[in-house]
Design a protein around this ligand. Structure first.
Ligand code: FES
Length: 145
């Protein structure tokens, strides 16, 4: 079995993982777990990609119409426990977890949060790290995974 050698040459790392040298300011995770998918989280992810593409700040390959110097990266993720109140969207490094995000909410999150640093409070349910002092969960809010 071949052993993975740790790559330490910065130029080689940048070539292999261009994101490592991009000026990323925010990472947006959109949950595409089963429950969020059932309430159209794929449309929410597409809305983020569209909104960020239009503004020229979506990180990615130029040949895909994205910006290699973009400041926002969007990825999907598995369940984070907001299953009954999805779609869930997390914005890092701010640690803000949004719930019940619809595609119509995306321009506001991009404009207010990602560009102007103002959390969209009406959709924000959790800030990580949390002190865990919220109301106890009932059975319908249990973690899916
Ligand atoms: S499926 Fe999205 S939070 Fe559980």
């Amino acid at each position: 079995m071949a052993e993975n050698a740790l790559i330490t040459d910065p130029a080689k790392l940048a070539a292999l993982a261009p994101v490592a040298s991009a000026p990323i300011r925010h990472h947006v995770f959109v949950c595409t777990g089963k429950s969020c998918a059932a309430v159209d989280s794929a449309d929410v992810k597409l809305a983020f990609e569209h909104e960020l593409l239009v503004r020229g700040i979506l990180f990615g390959k130029e040949k895909k119409g994205k910006n290699p110097r973009g400041t926002v990266i969007v990825t999907e993720c598995a369940s984070v426990g907001f299953c009954a109140i999805g779609p869930a969207v997390m914005v890092y490094p701010d640690g803000i977890w949004y719930a019940q995000v619809g595609k119509e909410d995306v321009p506001e999150i991009v404009e207010e949060h990602l560009l102007n640093g103002r959390v969209v409070e009406r959709l924000a349910l959790l800030k990580v790290p949390s002190e865990g002092k919220g109301a106890p969960l009932d059975e319908s809010q249990r973690w899916e995974a």
